[in-house]
Design a protein around this ligand. Sequence first.
Ligand code: SF4
Ligand code: SF4
Length: 93
Amino acid sequence: MAEKKNLPIGGVITEAGTAHEYVTGGWRKLKPLLDKGKCTNCLICWVMCPDSAIVVQDGKMIGFDMEHCKGCGICAEECPDKVKAIKMEEEAG
Ligand code: SF4
Ligand code: SF4
């Protein structure tokens, strides 16, 4: 018969909508750079960013929330091939 074990209590999330409090920007090795001249404001990057770090104002993509952008590069990858308005660069320092 299997021995009984006391397992530690796991993490408990007591409130909704707390992801914003995690400053995931500290994980970044690469940072996205926007070429506004190329951007067509299709907002695919806004849809695809896993950290909601694409900043949109008046229906236009205006930049990145660098406190939460973790530098995954999905926005650069998903920006349409004929546009490619985002490139990833090494984080300085
Ligand atoms: S690099 Fe990743 S986290 Fe940062 S804005 Fe692009 S998709 Fe979002
Ligand atoms: S996916 Fe590319 S073209 Fe579309 S809004 Fe984002 S940066 Fe601009």
